[in-house]
Design a protein around this ligand. Structure first.
Ligand SMILES: N[C@@H](CCC(=O)N[C@@H](CS)C(=O)NCC(=O)O)C(=O)O
Length: 203
C-alpha cells in the first residue's frame, strides 16, 4: 500500500471527503493540518499553491475531487461500470457547484441582510431546491444514490447537505429522505467512529 499524506487546513472543507474515504477503507494516512498563520510560509514549500494535496509515496496529487475519486477507487466506492461511475462524477460536480454558489454569497462583502436576501430569493429556490427535489425522488426509490451499492456519491451527499442541515434544519422538512440519507451515511460504523474522534471544526 502506498504511503499517504493529506495536506489541508485544520478544517473539514475540501479534505473531509477524503478523510471519510480513508476512514471507511481503514487506510492509514498522515492527516497534516495547517493552521492559518502557518499558511503563507507553508505555501512556499508546496508544489501547488492550493490545498488539499495528497502525497502518494511522496508525489503530490492536487484537486479535491481528483483526490476523492482516487481514494474512493482504492476503497471500492467507485462503480466498475463507466456510466455508473460518471453518474457519481456528475453528482460530485453538482454538489461542488452548489457549495461554490453558497460560498460566493457567504464570502461576499455584502451586509448580512443582503446575504440573507440572496439566500432566500436566489440560492434556495434556484440552486438548492431543484437539486434537493431531484435527490428526494431518487433516494426514495433506491437504497443508495446508485441503487443497492454504496458509492462515494453517498458520502458527497451526506457531506454537502450535512453542513446545510446543521445550520438550517427547517429546509429539510420538505426533504425527509435526503435528511435521512445524510444521517444514514454518518451512521456507517467507520464513518461514525471517525466523526466521533476527528478534531472539532466549524466547517
Ligand atoms: N479546485 C480546488 C480548489 C482548492 C482551493 O481553493 N483551496 C483553498 C482552500 S479550500 C486554498 O488552498 N486556499 C488558500 C490559498 O488560495 O492561498 C480543489 O477542489 O482542490
Amino acid at each position: 500500500m502506498p504511503e499517504y499524506k493529506l495536506i489541508y487546513f485544520n478544517l473539514m472543507g475540501r479534505a473531509e471527503l477524503t478523510r471519510w474515504l480513508f476512514a471507511y477503507g481503514g487506510i492509514p494516512y498522515t492527516d497534516e493540518r495547517i493552521e492559518r498563520e502557518e499558511w503563507p510560509e507553508k505555501k512556499k514549500s508546496l508544489p501547488f499553491s492550493k490545498v488539499p494535496i495528497l502525497m502518494v509515496d511522496g508525489k503530490p496529487l492536487p484537486q479535491s475531487l481528483a483526490i476523492g475519486r482516487y481514494v474512493a477507487k482504492e476503497v471500492g466506492l467507485v462503480p466498475e461500470d463507466n456510466l455508473q461511475a460518471a453518474y457519481c462524477d456528475a453528482l460530485a460536480d453538482t454538489i461542488t457547484e452548489m457549495m461554490g454558489a453558497m460560498r460566493q454569497i457567504m464570502m461576499s462583502d455584502k451586509d448580512e441582510e443582503e446575504k440573507r436576501r440572496q439566500f432566500k430569493e436566489d440560492f434556495y429556490p434556484n440552486v438548492l431546491e431543484p437539486i434537493m427535489t431531484r435527490l428526494e425522488k431518487r433516494l426514495s426509490e433506491k437504497q443508495w444514490f446508485l441503487g443497492d451499492k454504496l458509492t462515494w456519491a453517498d458520502f458527497i451527499i451526506s457531506l454537502g447537505f450535512g453542513h446545510i442541515k446543521e445550520r438550517k434544519p427547517e429546509i429539510f422538512e420538505k426533504f425527509p429522505t435526503v435528511a435521512g440519507h445524510v444521517e444514514k451515511v454518518r451512521e456507517l460504523p467507520k464513518i461514525k467512529e471517525w466523526i466521533k474522534k476527528r478534531p472539532v471544526n466549524p466547517y
